[in-house]
Design a protein around this ligand. Structure first.
Ligand code: UGA
Length: 452
C-alpha cells in the first residue's frame, strides 16, 4: 500500500530518500527551507550531481509521486511517516551542531497529526533519537509519536544504486517490543517493501545501537584508509610496494581489499565529521577512543604530507613554478569538494609560491567558491575545463582524484604539452596510484606514486 511520506531536508540524503521512496510507489513531499532549491527540484533539475538522479526525479515528478515545498506544515500534516534528513554539521570542537534537528522537531510537533512515525535519517550522536522522542511526546499533547532511528549508508556518486541495493537497513526504536513500535515496524516494512522482498537484511534494534552502528561503520572505514595510507608511507621509506601489500592483504577474507586504496587522505562530508563526533561522544562519557583520534590526526597528517612530498621531490621548492592539479572533488563521481584533500594541497602549494592550474570534470565551480572564501583570489589559481589546457606549460602534474579521465590520460600528449626548462623534469605525482608507472616513465615522466 502506498504511504504518504514527508522528507525534511533535500540535501544528499533527503533528495535520494524522496526520489527513491517515490519510485517504490509512495507519495512523497520533500521539504527544504531554501526556495531556490524547491523551485529547481520541482522543475526536474537536481541540485546535486548524482548518476541517474535526473531520470528518477523526473519520472516521479511526472507520475506525481514526488513534490517539493518550503512549508513543513504542508508536508507533515497528513504524512504517515516523516523522515528527518537535515544537516548535522560539525561544531568547532568536533561535536555535532543539532540546531537544524531541533528546529525540525519543533515544526513537526506543531503540525503533525496523531500517530505519525518520525524517522531520523540524519547522522546524529548517541542520545539524539531519545531526546527527539521525549521532546515530541513531552508536555501537553494527546498525540503519541513513535520515533525511529534509520541511519543512512549511501555513498556519494553511487547514491541511487546504494538506495535500491543497500547492504542492510538499520532501524532502531526506543523499545522494539512495544506495541506502537510493532505497528511502526509494519509501516516501515511496507514503505521499504521492494527491499524487503529482495531479502535485504533488516536490523531491528534500539536507538543507541542504531546510532552507534552508523558511526562505527564510518569510523572503521576511515581507519582502514588511514592504516593503508600509513603503510604506503612506510612502504615508500623502505622501498616496498603498497599496491601488492594491499592486494595481498585483501586476499584474506577476514580483511577484504575494499577501502585499502592509499591516497592523499580521506575527505567528504561524512568521515571527517563522523570520526570527530565519535571521539567527542567517547570524551563525553569518559571512554577511551584513542584509535579513532589517531585516525583523525593521521588523516590530517596525510593531507599535509601530500603537499610536503610534492615540494620535497620538486627539488625542495615550488616557488615560481607552475603546478597542474588534476582532481578537486574529494573522490571521483561527485562534484563535492567538502574536506577534499585538494583544498589543503592547493593552498599549501600557493603558500609555497607556486602558480597552480586546476582541472576537475565536475567540481570546478564549487572549488573556486571555496578557494575564494578562503581568500585565494582569482589570478593565483587558473581554472580549466579542459585537462590538456590545464597541463599546458606546467612543470609538474599532481593527480588528486581518481577520475577515469585521468586513468586514461594520453600521457605522451600530456608530456609534450608541459614546460621543460633546465630545472624541470616533468614530474607526475599520482597520489591515487591510478596510472601505470611504466607507461608514465615511457612517456618521459618522472613518476611518483603513493607507496610504490
Ligand atoms: C561514506 C560511506 O562510505 C557511506 O557508507 C556513508 O553512508 C557516507 O559516508 C555517509 O556517512 O553519509 P562517502 O563520504 O560518499 O561515503 O565516500 P566514500 O566512498 O566512503 O569515500 C570517503 C573518502 O575516503 C574519499 O575521500 C575517498 O577518496 C577516500 N577513500 C576511500 C580512500 O582514500 N581510499 C579508499 O580505499 C576508499
Amino acid at each position: 500500500m502506498a504511504s504518504k511520506i514527508a522528507v525534511i531536508g533535500t540535501g544528499y540524503v533527503g533528495l535520494i530518500q524522496s526520489v527513491g521512496l517515490a519510485d517504490f510507489g509512495n507519495y512523497v513531499t520533500g521539504v527544504d527551507v531554501r526556495p531556490e532549491i524547491v523551485e529547481r527540484l520541482s522543475s526536474g533539475e537536481p541540485t546535486i550531481f548524482e548518476h541517474d538522479l535526473t531520470e528518477y526525479l523526473r519520472r516521479n515528478l511526472d507520475a506525481r509521486r514526488v513534490r517539493f515545498t518550503t512549508a513543513v506544515s504542508d508536508a507533515v500534516s497528513d504524512a504517515e511517516v516523516v523522515f528527518i534528513a537535515v544537516g548535522t554539521p560539525e561544531n568547532g570542537d568536533g561535536t555535532s551542531d543539532l540546531s537544524q534537528i531541533r528546529a525540525v522537531v519543533d515544526a513537526i510537533k506543531a503540525s503533525a497529526s496523531a500517530s505519525t512515525v518520525v524517522v531520523t535519517k540524519s547522522t546524529v550522536p548517541v542520545g539524539t533519537n531519545r531526546w527527539i522522542s521525549q521532546k515530541l511526546n513531552g508536555g501537553e499533547t494527546d498525540r503519541r509519536f513513535v520515533v525511529a532511528s534509520n541511519p543512512e549508508f549511501l555513498r556519494e556518486g553511487r547514491a541511487i544504486q546504494d538506495f535500491f541495493h543497500p547492504d542492510r537497513v538499520v532501524i532502531g526504536f526506543d523499545d522494539p517490543d512495544m506495541p506502537a513500535a510493532r505497528d511502526a515496524r509494519a509501516l516501515l516494512e511496507d514503505i521499504y517493501r521492494p527491499l524487503y522482498l529482495t531479502s535485504t537484511p533488516f536490523v531491528w534494534t534500539t536507538f543507541e545501537t542504531a546510532e552507534l552502528i552508523k558511526y562505527a561503520a564510518n569510523a572503521f572505514l576511515a581507519t582502514k584508509i588511514t592504516f593503508i595510507n600509513q603503510m604506503a608511507n612506510l612502504a615508500e621509506a623502505v622501498g616496498a610496494d603498497v599496491q601488492t601489500i594491499a592486494r595481498t592483504m585483501g586476499m584474506d577474507g577476514r580483511i577484504s581489499g575494499k577501502f585499502l586504496h592509499p591516497g592523499p587522505g580521506y575527505g567528504g562530508s561524512c568521515f571527517p565529521k563522523d570520526t570527530k563526533a565519535l571521539a567527542a561522544t567517547g570524551d563525553s562519557v569518559g571512554v577511551d577512543m584513542s584509535l579513532v583520534k589517531a585516525v583523525i590526526t593521521g588523516n590530517d597528517a596525510q593531507k599535509a604530507r601530500t603537499a610536503e612530498k610534492i615540494i620535497r621531490l620538486s627539488g625542495g621548492s615550488v616557488d615560481d613554478r607552475e603546478v597542474a592539479v588534476l582532481g578537486l572533488a574529494f573522490k571521483a563521481e561527485t562534484d563535492d569538494i567538502r574536506e577534499s584533500p585538494a583544498i589543503s594541497v592547493v593552498a599549501a602549494l600557493l603558500e609555497a609560491g607556486a602558480t597552480v592550474t586546476v582541472h576537475d570534470p565536475k567540481a570546478l565551480v564549487g572549488f573556486r567558491a571555496e578557494m575564494e572564501r578562503r581568500g585565494f583570489a582569482d589570478g593565483r589559481i587558473a581554472y580549466h575545463t579542459d585537462v590538456f589546457a590545464c597541463i599546458t606549460g606546467a612543470e609538474a602534474i599532481v593527480i588528486l582524484t581518481e577520475w577515469n579521465e585521468y586513468r586514461n590520460l594520453d600521457l605522451p600528449r600530456a608530456y609534450t604539452l608541459m614546460h621543460r626548462g633546465v630545472r624541470s623534469e616533468s614530474r607526475l605525482f599520482d597520489t591515487r596510484n591510478v596510472l601505470d608507472p611504466d607507461a608514465a616513465r615511457k612517456a618521459g615522466f618522472v613518476y611518483i606514486g603513493t607507496g610504490r
